[in-house]
Design a protein around this ligand. Structure first.
Ligand code: ME8
Length: 650
């Protein structure tokens, strides 16, 4: 029996179009799934959509459709994207699938019957945009401490999961299974920010909205977010339902993959729920870094989304996949820029790989009419290439077994470069001039074809559309395309016939392309946009006008962030120490969802210096910093580094 490998992406919110950040996780998982299949594993790759909740309910209302119609519509583009990107998932789960809903209801009831869930009340104030309840003492001047917007009074009957009982068991889990949560830095984050201070019980039902899984034994309650969402990993396999039947075969999961912002839910709440259900725990939870765009986490709400569909249309699916898998050291944050993408395509794919294939195939056609003779003369010059080729699969395996797709690809491309260098060293065009050198020339070209085959096999999980094109051009049959065949140099039959094909990766003119992209991004000018309205009472989007004296009451100053850390037990708050040019001060700000402390240290920002101090989550805040609202999120307004601390802003 084959060993099994169960890998999952998060289930994505279908609240908007998916962006290149979602493609990142999905493509990494796809490469791993393909790799494991090639290595003989019985793979199950799960992805899907997380379709319930108040946000979706509100968005549907805004669009004038039912929530179900709203998610059905977005689902079409999500599935289309995964099809385009060649994502080889084995199942796509929607949390609105009837079997999932029924399973979640059973799971909730089981937890209740076991005494793991109890009824309580959620009292306080509710911030609608943040979907957060706040207690009186947490409010900032009566407003939401995260976004500063007004809140509504609220008290809600709710069920709670006894998460607080699991603090020690989760700590033990990390200690006894160092691989459970990776990379290691995420463990420190969980332990210091959440486990050491002690876990709070978790609100798991709501009555203030209806778009969710109904609680069977208490009408009016719907299951709240994480019990519904996290359970997808087991309901998709048939846990507590008859629709599917793979639970025993694939559970526990080998790998839950996601970016770092939802690690807490997967590495604390999920194992606690599974412990409560007395089910085995996943073998690994991996929190990769963020793809940053202009230094920000790219997200749907920030307006700086790069549409993966457009990128695939312009550059080809495999070029985009290659970039995602190659560019960013896995586990860390990395930048996405169109320029970097184009440079990678030109340097690695067009110049190195594409050229190697087209030069080699052209020479085999030119000197031998497309088929090499069997008589070949070897030379000591060949040894380095052959040895490197024979050892390549093992190196790629080592990297991939640690999820390091960038290292695996870098090894393959080192070999591709080595093969290109081999062409320069052996100078086939010189050998081709002398009939007596033909057997030597045949050996050189065979070594090149074989090198290309090895690279093609090992590139298959990453670039599933390019590998077959390579095999076709070099005449490599199915029997020399499997993973095992990459472990040996010399398996391509001597009489393989090459066939020149299309250029694999056309070179892109960087300057022209950047210009074209710039035009695509430029806001479209309406014909009447240039006409000024006659006498505007106030600019559009402005709530009320003030005079200069009103503005003068606000003291704005430039300050530098000297220290920064998360406020414990809060997902949203960061505590910043600022050099304000006057001995320093502490400010607490609700930006932890969008910035890590490392993003902020040493940056300069604009401080509202004369705001009355307030306590946020019990931590004193002396002022606030300026940030721009972008969709549902906030972006800090940074100041130039050469402006001195304490400089007045007016
Ligand atoms: O969190 N860089 O869904 P979501 C890298 N429904 N990865 C990114 C990214 C970026 N800039 N932006 C998004 C949810 N991702 C919940 C999950 S799971 C039971 C429920 C990827 O649509 C990354 O994998 O907000 C991140 O964790 C996920 O999308 C969040 O997707």
């Amino acid at each position: 029996m084959k060993p099994t490998y169960y890998i999952t992406t998060p289930i994505y919110y279908p609240s908007d179009k998916l962006h290149i950040g979602h493609s990142y996780t999905t493509v990494v998982c796809d490469a791993m799934a393909r790799y494991k299949r090639m290595r003989g594993f019985d793979v199950f790759y799960l992805t899907g959509t997380d379709e319930h909740g108040q946000k979706i309910e509100a968005k549907a209302k805004e669009s004038g459709v039912t929530p179900q119609a709203y998610v059905d519509n977005i689902l079409i583009s999500i599935k289309e994207l995964w099809k385009t990107m060649d994502i080889s998932y084995d199942r796509f789960i929607r949390t609105t699938d009837d079997y999932h809903v029924a399973s979640v209801q059973k799971i909730f009831k089981t937890l209740y019957d076991k005494g793991e869930i109890y009824k309580g009340a959620y009292k306080g104030h509710y911030c609608k945009p943040c979907e957060s309840f706040w207690t009186e003492s947490q409010l900032n001047a009566g407003n939401c401490p995260d976004c500063g917007r007004p809140v509504e009074n609220a008290e809600e009957e709710a069920y709670f999961f006894k998460l607080s009982n699991y603090t020690q068991r989760i700590l033990d889990l990390y200690e006894q299974n160092p691989d459970f949560l990776q990379p290691q830095s995420r463990v420190n984050e969980m332990v210091n920010n959440f486990l050491k201070p002690g876990l709070d019980d978790l609100c798991v039902s709501r009555t203030s909205f209806t778009w969710g899984v109904p609680v069977t034994f208490d009408p009016g309650h719907v299951v709240y977010v994480w019990v519904d969402a996290l359970s997808n990993y087991i309901t998709a396999l048939g846990y507590e339902n008859d629709r599917h039947n793979e639970f025993n075969r694939y559970w526990p999961a080998d790998l839950h993959m996601m970016a770092k912002e939802i690690i807490r839910f997967h590495a604390i709440i999920w194992p606690a729920l599974l412990m409560a259900l007395e089910l085995p725990l996943p073998k690994q939870v991996y929190g990769h870094g963020w793809l940053l765009f202009d230094g920000d986490k790219m997200s749907k709400s920030k307006g700086n989304v790069v549409d993966p569909m457009i990128l695939c249309q312009r550059y080809g699916v495999d070029a985009v996949r290659y970039f995602l898998l190659r560019e960013v050291p896995f586990g860390q944050d990395g930048s996405f820029t169109n320029e970097a993408l184009i440079q990678r395509i030109n340097a690695d794919l067009a110049n190195d790989l594409g050229n190697l294939v087209s030069r080699t195939v052209t020479m085999v056609e030119k000197y031998f009419g497309g088929t090499l003779p069997s008589g070949r003369i070897a030379d000591a010059l060949d040894n380095e290439l052959i040895e490197m080729g024979a050892g390549l699969a093992a190196k790629v395996e080592t990297s991939l077994d640690q999820l390091q797709t960038p290292t695996a690809l870098s090894e393959i491309f080192k070999f591709v470069s080595r093969a290109n260098k081999y062409i320069d060293e052996t100078a086939p065009w010189v050998l081709g001039k002398d009939e007596a050198q033909k057997p030597r020339l045949a050996a050189v070209l065979y070594n090149l074809l074989e090198s290309i085959r090895l690279a093609g096999v090992l590139l298959t999980p990453f670039m599933p559309q390019t590998a077959p094109k390579i095999f076709e051009q070099i005449g490599a049959g199915k029997d020399v395309q499997d993973w095992e065949s990459a472990g040996k140099f010399g398996l391509l039959p001597a009489n393989a016939t090459v066939k020149r094909g299309e250029v694999l990766f056309p070179r892109i003119d960087l300057e022209k392309e950047m210009e074209a992209l710039g035009e695509m991004n430029a806001p479209k000018k309406e014909a009447n946009e240039l006409k000024k309205p006659e006498e505007p009472a106030k600019p559009e989007g402005v709530a009320s006008m003030i005079d200069i004296a009103d503005f003068g009451k606000v003291e704005l100053k430039v300050a530098k962030i000297t220290e920064c850390e998360r406020v414990s037990k809060s997902d949203k708050l960061l505590k910043l120490q600022l050099d304000d040019g006057q001995g320093g001060r502490q400010v607490v700000s609700g930006i932890a969802q969008w910035y890590t402390p490392e993003d902020l240290i040493d940056k300069k920002l604009i401080l509202v210096a004369n705001l009355k101090p307030a306590k946020l989550r019990g931590v004193e805040s002396q002022g606030m910093l300026l940030a721009a609202d972008v969709g549902d999120s906030a972006r800090v307004i940074f100041a130039d580094d050469d402006i001195p601390c304490g400089a007045k802003v007016r």
